[in-house]
Design a protein around this ligand. Structure first.
Ligand code: EPU
Length: 347
């Protein structure tokens, strides 16, 4: 087990901000998971699990704890195909897009719209990642995880995970920090998505007169849509969508529509629309730029500190609130969030 000390969180995350983490351990095997938690317990330090670092933001004060960087690899078929369905598994340190590709190349549908989402497989259930009308909840069967409470590996079926919009037991509620996800199993099927597709995907399919809706073809379309507007985290510092979309109840949705604000699926306002129509698209605040291609994305052009990001965030939230009366909420998580105090490993 390789333990590194005082590593900037900026170097471990795609937004490239944040002070030092006290210890960083690369986890390559299941045995190392247990070893790393034992190390943290011995040091009496909290643990945070990182994958690709594409949806997590470091704070200036850093993290006086142990960051575990998940690099457990491997994927395959959990069960052979039965009546058009197959169960595939992936260890959690794999890149999510590699797992998506594995399924689509075999000709199975269920994850193809999640192509090119930056991040690891293990992060997918944490915030129920999704794009273009699909989320991992739709295909997930179960998650295998190390339970820090019992120091045992457990299999958690999907219905125990409380999956919702960017939400699960892993990022909300009393179980935060309890589990280290080591493996996920998904159920995919022979078949394809059928139109109408998610708005921006449909627009691409129409424009390019695509008639092949096979998983591999849809995967290529999604990649093209994403490349057109979402920055590649390897070359441009960002955390993807920086704000959540706004979800409304029926009454609020009616009121929004009456004001000419677009409401999708009976209750969702695309926050990108709010930001663009507040006149903020392409604008720069404290070294952070609102992407001129996708207003929901904040790009770190020259900000050096979390404090700059916080000021930029406040300026955007205030401007949208002043214009439309909705308070945007941040989508990425933050390393060292105080609500994670219960992460101190007890055993
Ligand atoms: N819009 C604008 N201006 C913009 C951007 C968007 O007006 O600059 C409006 C348009 O009406 C557009 C609508 O917002 O049609 C929706 O935009 P888009 O399809 O790009 O999706 P999104 O709501 O911005 C969400 C997810 C993305 C995911 C896409 C596609 C969240 C916070 N974001 O974005 O996920 O890839 O849908 O499914 O739910 C992420 O979470 O990091 C992420 C990239």
């Amino acid at each position: 087990m390789n333990i590194r000390e005082n590593i900037p969180i900026a170097d471990l995350t795609t937004m490239r901000l944040g002070g030092a983490a006290r210890y960083v351990i690369d986890i390559k095997t299941e045995d190392e998971v247990a070893e790393a938690y034992a190390f943290a317990a011995q040091k009496q330090l909290p643990v945070y699990v990182l994958g690709y670092g594409s949806n997590i933001i470091g704070r200036d004060k850093g993290f006086n704890g142990v960051v575990l960087v998940n690099q457990i690899k491997g994927m395959g078929a959990q069960t052979p195909e039965r009546t058009g369905n197959v169960e595939l598994f992936s260890y959690s340190g794999e890149i999510l897009d590699d797992f998506v590709t594995y399924g689509t190349k075999l000709g199975y549908s269920g994850m193809e719209a999640m192509s090119a989402i930056p991040g690891t497989v293990g992060a997918a259930p944490v915030q129920n990642v999704g794009a273009y009308g699909q989320d991992i909840a739709q295909s997930l069967v179960s998650v295998t995880a190390y339970d820090t409470k019992t120091a045992k590996f457990v299999e958690l079926p999907k219905d125990q995970l409380d999956l919702g919009y960017r939400h699960s037991i892993f990022n909300s509620g009393s179980e935060i920090g309890r589990y280290f996800i080591t493996k996920i199993t998904v159920k995919l099927h022979r078949g394809q998505l059928e139109p109408p597709f998610y708005t921006s995907l449909q627009a691409y399919v129409d424009e390019h007169k695509i008639t092949d809706y096979s998983p591999d073809s849809i995967r290529k379309c999604v990649r093209a849509v994403r490349e057109g507007k979402l920055p590649d985290p390897l070359s441009i510092a960002s955390s993807g969508s920086f704000f959540k979309n706004v979800y409304l109840n029926a009454e609020e949705a009616k009121a929004a529509e009456a004001k000419g604000i677009p409401v999708w699926d009976g209750g969702k306002i695309p926050s990108g629309w709010l930001i663009e129509n507040a006149g903020l698209k392409g604008k720069e605040f404290f070294g952070m730029r609102v992407s001129d291609k996708a207003a929901l994305v904040l790009i770190n052009e020259s900000a050096k500190t979390y404090a700059d990001l916080a000021k930029a965030r406040q300026a955007i939230i205030d401007a949208v609130y002043a214009k439309f009366g909705y308070r945007l909420e941040q989508e990425p998580m933050e390393l060292g969030d105080e609500s994670w105090k219960n992460w101190m490993v007890a055993n």
